[in-house]
Design a protein around this ligand. Structure first.
Ligand code: SAH
Length: 255
């Protein structure tokens, strides 16, 4: 019996960003439950598996989480090898942790496989280093969307000095801008908004904290997109150099 569930990250979209381990899991799969942000091109690695779409895009009709849980359980009880394929990384805003726990509580063997999360891929595709010596000593990944509408500690985010990468933020640009400004972030902090990162139709809009909402609107920014907020978001444009990058790096003796 090879019954188990692999919770696999399919990466941000470019099929070449899939890990070798994800490919191995797909080759072993009898059944693949696929989220709708996953590029179906990766299914070339599991030509004989049964493919079940279980998309859950915000605002659209989606498959209830409880149904997905039961489906995975049912297939493993029939001795099947199940791959639950998610966009990006399964444990970055992907419910990987919840699903693993639910299945393990019922005695199912679970293995998690990293994927490249959209925030990291989007930044790299736009030549933005999320950490940069002398400029950004950390990165914070946050979601702008919560089920219970609980609020983030915006002041801490605004003043934390790390690069912010915001997921699910397209519908919340106004709130993000206002909260970060109110929290004390500089109005001219660079912002990059990256849509469909790593896919052929990737688009990027560069702006700053003050203008981000207006610029996103003119650009017709659409989901899925990530926002990168911080000095490094001016990379790949001359403005980071104008901001004195060589001096900042020279002043920083850290690794
Ligand atoms: N587990 C995923 C995130 C799922 S939440 C990951 O690790 O990437 C869904 C959000 O991810 C979207 O609203 C968007 O903010 C972001 N996202 C996913 N794929 C993306 C892509 N190709 N380009 C830009 N943003 C993306």
């Amino acid at each position: 019996m090879n019954a188990k569930v692999w919770l696999v990250g399919a990466g941000p979209g470019d099929p070449e960003l899939l890990t070798l381990k994800a490919v191995r899991a797909l080759r072993e799969a009898d059944v693949v439950l696929i989220d709708d942000l996953v590029n179906t091109a990766v299914l070339e690695h599991c030509p004989n598996a049964r493919i079940i779409p279980v998309g859950k895009r915000g605002g659209c009709r989606s498959t209830p989480q409880a149904f997905i849980h039961r489906l995975m359980l049912r297939y493993t009880r029939h001795g099947k090898c199940v791959v639950r394929l998610k966009g990006g990384d399964p444990c970055i805003f992907g419910r990987g942790g919840e699903e693993a726990q639910w299945l393990r509580e019922r005695g199912v063997e679970v293995e998690l496989v990293n994927g490249i999360t959209a925030g990291l891929a989007g930044a790299t595709q736009c030549d933005i280093p999320l950490t940069l010596r002398g400029v950004a000593r950390g990165v914070t990944l946050v979601t702008a969307h919560t089920q219970d509408d609980s609020s983030l500690n915006w002041q801490a985010l605004a003043q934390g000095g790390t690069t912010l990468v915001i997921y699910m933020g397209v519908a919340k640009l106004s709130e993000i801008r206002e909260q970060l400004l109110a929290g004390g972030m500089a109005a001219d902090t660079p912002v990059a908004m990256i849509e469909n990162a790593s896919l052929p139709h990737q688009r990027e809009c560069r702006s700053d904290l003050t203008a981000m909402e207006k610029d996103a609107c003119a650009f017709e920014l659409k989901s899925p997109a990530i926002l990168v907020i911080g000095t490094v978001a001016a990379c790949a444009t001359s403005s980071l150099w104008e901001r004195g990058l060589p001096a900042m790096m020279a002043a920083d003796q850290s690794a």
